[in-house]
Design a binder for this molecule. Sequence first.
Ligand SMILES: [Zn+2]
Length: 135
Amino acid sequence: MTGEQPDWPSCGLEGCSGVRLPTTSLCLAHASEQAPDAFDAELRRVSAESTVDARGVVVSAELLGRLMAAVAAEDHRPAFKVALFDQATFESEVELGEATFEGIAGFDHATFKRTFRNLDQGDRACASAVPGSRL
Ligand SMILES: [Zn+2]
C-alpha cells in the first residue's frame, strides 16, 4: 500500500491514508484522538444515516465498537446502509456476524491483523474480506 495514493481526500497527518472527515482535516481514527468534537459530530452523522466511510482508516477495537454502536438498530444489531472500509486496517478481532449490510459494503484491500469472524455465513457482502488479505 505504501506509495499508493488513495482516491479519496486523505487525513492531514503524514503517513495516514484514512479518508478525511467532512468537518476536519483528520480521519476517524485521528479525530477520535485529536478532534473529539469532529469525531462526535461524525458519530452522530453515522448514527443518523447508518453510513460509515472509513476508507484507509486504521480501525482500533474501540473505534469499531463505537461505529457499530452508532449504527445499532433497535435490536442492537448494527445495520449499515453503506460501509466503506476499503484499505482500512483492522487492529482487533473483527466480529461482523451481528452486522447487517443493506447496501454497499466495501472491504477492498482491507487488512485484518487478527481473526476475521463472520458468524453469518452466506453474507456475500463480507465474502471478499478474507483474513489477512492485502495488497
Ligand atoms: Zn489519520
